[in-house]
Design a protein around this ligand. Structure first.
Ligand code: GAL
Length: 833
């Protein structure tokens, strides 16, 4: 106890020191914005009257506020995306004490076509909806007076995306206050040129900005700090920076026996960059550091810190289900926790630059990230997509992404394009801008990379070389890759010779003999599978063997818009999960795979159309509830004991039911129906499940897994009785009172014995009291056309979800649930500072 108080005292002292002496203030700038959906050309003015506008906190996605009840053709695939134009304004003041400071506003991402003003001065525009950017406010800011930031967001040209993009200032915003001599935006580059278990050499390049009108001398300190915040060692050097210019300093630090960053132990050091002038600290800036080494071997795959690691990854789009595109750290963390539990170790940020919070979490939690930039280059995939901005903006966008992200230890690959149409030549004519093409050509002709003679290359290969070169100049430490659905060497991207690793999307029949066409090259499956499933919906494989697995290019008769959860349905270009994993597991030269997708996402409701509005591809549904296939991966990808049987046991007498089990750490599984054994089954090398065909009788289905004859695990599924009550279960019952934290509450209907009814579809109404609000509701049903913000939801196959968000007052939140025929229930969630 005494120790605790001493620690508390020390940390309080430390905290007060740091707040008093804060030389760099990165303030959360997301509270109290005004918002108006619609356009008004005068809204950039400082005097503009926005008193009638709505007040809200960012991040904000206005598209998620609509319902999906009409077939809006705006988004391909049927998910309605109400775009339009929106304005945001924020009033703020800064104190007189800040008169000689520099102010920057950092936007993590605005979708899209944003224009920003301060006090009526135009700061700039940014078409790309996923890129982070900064504006310098210093010349226009007025201490002790009202300042107004105005942002116009134009998402009116539709469709501009193949998936749900969201609209608005959907990521975080920061107000950065620094002294005139400071570390520039994304101003450090920390690499580890030498790493082993014995030793690491750390190279730190710091880019220092001086906004004074005279040149400045500064001492630059680089301090290496361990995961507990303890200083290990430091170095320093002198730098003279010209007036209103930048200066760069390179330093290095050595460390003995570093703790290496790995998927299992993502150990994070930190480099603290301190700038001192006349012995006074004028800036302090932190850069995360994970010390690790890795390689891709053409024959043996991926190695991390000298150990072979199969990349078991998923692709994810950026939306967070019922929260839409509005970023929320806890919502991302929950997704990553569930993926970790499944044994997943990789994330592909399909198909755009991610929120910085995702990368911070991947650093901390240990994921192998493929950071992606573009879904298209010059050639468009949707009528109004980024291809229209690519010629003017690709260089800036790509440069900024690499500068922003290159210090993240979790990033192992830069993916510069997904299935871009430049893989082929034949569609050149429609979008080729001759002037641009010539620029690319001239640039590329000056290069002679990897013995490729650029003049002989097609324009699309030259563009590939150019893009790769932009990346390599900023970060030569990571391989460059693209996701390709043309897997022949004739692909212009491959022919460019600019790729470090070959990335295949799908085309599993080309994986095994890959080296015949790509000798000595490394392979990773950048995307695969695209299996289709609705959680809790079953079409027995034994009943439909003639079209097994189901594909929509074969007879596909489906009045309900649902796909079966037995891993027996996939798109024509995809595979079942088991077929993908069988190959990836078996062949060492396949470095790994990023499955399409970890979570269902809004948009792209293949193989259906409206009223479906979200995808069927996820291993988890849109609400984050695992589908059965989750446990196949858990049994293959983790060491923990797994036994999962499905489907539920609420069928009609006389039906024949396929019962499947995923298991591991056992030799066999025995199935019992109402106490009677239906036999033992073992997996074969080629099959990751066992199954029984069982004539249905109500009662209890029980599975036992055995290892050397001893029981490992038991699982039961029961026929449920009449519905009697509602159950609410929160993933966390205490959350932070920070206005951002979330509790995810699962809603189920129970029978008298307390079993959750797997087929329940009751409509539940929610209300909330206390220090929080309902941020969204969902059930994982891709056909539910109600707004995801609505405080009521039908259960879908037995489950619904309420996302509860705190406000900034500590205390409690009471969430109540009501449904016809049931007693009201409630759950209490505490919120604390
Ligand atoms: C891929 C594409 C993804 C997604 C997927 C659906 O070809 O890269 O973005 O559309 O198909 O199967």
């Amino acid at each position: 106890m005494k120790r605790y108080y001493i620690l508390l005292l020390i940390s309080t002292i430390l905290l007060s020191c740091t707040t008093q002496d804060k030389v760099r203030d990165t303030a959360d700038f997301t509270d109290n914005w005004k918002f108006c959906l619609g356009d008004d050309s005068l809204a950039y003015n400082i005097q503009y009257d926005d008193s009638k506008w709505r007040t809200l906190n960012l991040p904000h996605d206005w598209s998620i506020e609509a319902d999906f009840s009409s077939d809006n053709p705006a988004t391909p695939g049927g998910g309605a995306l109400p775009g339009g134009i929106g304005w945001y304004r924020k009033e703020f003041t800064v104190g007189k004490s800040k008169e000689d400071k520099n102010f920057y506003i950092d936007f993590d991402g605005i979708y899209w076509n944003s224009k920003v003003w301060i006090n009526g001065h135009f700061l700039g525009e940014r078409p790309n909806g996923y890129i982070s950017f900064r504006y310098d406010l210093t010349p226009y800011i007025k201490p002790e007076e009202k300042n107004v930031i105005a942002v116009r967001v134009d998402n009116s040209q539709q469709p501009n995306s193949r998936w749900y993009s969201g609209s608005g200032i959907y990521r975080n915003v920061w107000l950065v206050t620094v002294n005139p001599v400071h570390v520039d935006h994304w101003g450090t580059y920390v690499t580890t040129p030498v790493v082993s278990e014995q030793k690491a050499e750390i190279k730190i390049i710091s880019n220092i900005r001086n906004t004074e009108s005279t040149s400045q001398n500064a001492d630059i300190y680089s301090i290496l700090v361990d995961a507990k915040g303890r200083e290990i060692t430091q170095t320093n050097g002198k730098l003279k920076i010209d007036a209103q210019a930048n200066g760069e300093i390179e330093q290095s630090i050595s460390i003995e026996k570093p703790v290496l960053w790995s998927v299992e132990n993502p150990y994070l050091y930190k480099i603290i960059t301190q700038i001192k002038q006349n012995d006074k600290i004028v800036d302090e800036y932190e850069t995360p550091l994970g010390i690790r080494y890795f390689s891709f071997d053409a024959e043996k795959g991926f190695f991390l810190n000298g150990k072979s690691v199969k990349i078991k990854g998923v692709c994810n789009h950026h939306d967070l289900g019922c929260l839409g595109a509005a970023v929320n750290t806890r919502a991302i963390e929950r997704q990553l926790e569930m993926l970790k539990e499944m044994g997943c170790n990789g994330i592909r940020t399909a198909h755009n630059p991610p929120a910085p919070e995702l990368l911070d979490l991947c650093d901390k939690m240990g994921f192998i990230v493929m950071d992606e930039t573009f879904d298209m280059w010059r050639k468009k995939k949707s009528p109004y997509d980024y291809s229209q901005y690519f010629p003017e903006w690709h260089e800036k966008d790509l440069t900024d992404l690499i500068l922003r992200d290159r210090n993240h230890p979790s990033i192992f690959m830069w993916c510069i394009g997904n299935e871009v149409l430049e893989q082929w030549s034949h569609i050149d004519a429609d979008t080729l801008d001759l002037q641009q093409a010539n620029m690319v050509l001239n640039f590329a002709n000056t290069l002679d990379k990897k013995n490729v003679k650029p003049k002989e290359l097609h324009i699309n290969s030259l563009l590939t070389v150019k893009l790769a070169d932009i990346v390599r100049k900023i970060d030569p430490t990571r391989p460059i890759i693209t996701g390709n659905n043309e897997t022949e060497p004739s692909n212009h991207i491959f022919r460019s010779g600019a790729m470090d690793i070959i990335g295949f999307n799908y085309h599993e029949y080309n994986w095994i003999d890959f080296h015949e066409k790509f000798p000595n090259q490394s392979l990773i499956i950048t995307e695969s599978t695209s299996a289709l499933m609705s959680r809790g919906y079953y079409q027995m494989p034994s009943d439909s063997m003639s079209i097994w697995p189901e594909r929509w290019d074969k007879p596909f008769d489906r009045p309900v818009h649902h796909c079966s959860s037995y891993d027996n349905c996939h798109v024509p270009w995809g595979t079942t999960h088991e077929d993908t994993w069988r190959l990836v597991k078996k062949y060492d030269h396949i470095s790994g795979v990023y499955l399409w997708t970890g979570f269902d996402y809004l948009g792209e409701p293949t193989p259906f159309w409206w009223p479906s509005r979200s995808s069927y591809f996820g291993i988890m549904d849109l609400a984050g509830f695992p589908k059965d296939i989750y446990y196949m991966y858990q049994s293959e990808w983790t060491d923990k004991d797994v036994l999962h049987i499905f489907p539920h046991w609420n069928w009609q007498e006389g039906q024949d039911i396929d019962v499947w089990a995923y298991y591991n750490n056992a030799d066999e599984v025995e199935l019992f129906l109402n106490g009677k054994s239906l036999g033992k089954k073992s997996k074969t090398d080629d099959q990751f499940h066992v199954f029984w065909r069982v004539p249905y009788k109500k009662g209890t289905l029980k599975a036992i897994s055995y290892k050397n004859g001893r029981e490992v695990m038991t699982k039961e599924v029961k026929t449920t009785g009449e519905a009697v009550s509602i159950r609410l279960t929160a993933d966390r019952q205490t959350i932070k009172a920070d206005g951002k934290d979330l509790s995810f509450v699962t809603v189920e209907i129970l029978d008298a014995e307390g079993n959750a009814i797997p087929v329940a579809d009751n409509l539940i109404d929610f209300s909330i009291e206390g220090n929080g609000f309902i941020a969204g509701t969902d059930n994982g049903d891709p056909t539910d056309s109600n707004s995801l913000k609505k405080p009521s939801r039908k259960l879908f196959n037995g489950k619904a979800l309420v996302v509860v968000q705190s406000n900034k007052n500590s205390g409690k939140i009471i969430l109540k649930a009501k449904s016809d025929g049931f007693e009201d229930v409630s759950i209490e969630i505490k919120t604390s500072k």
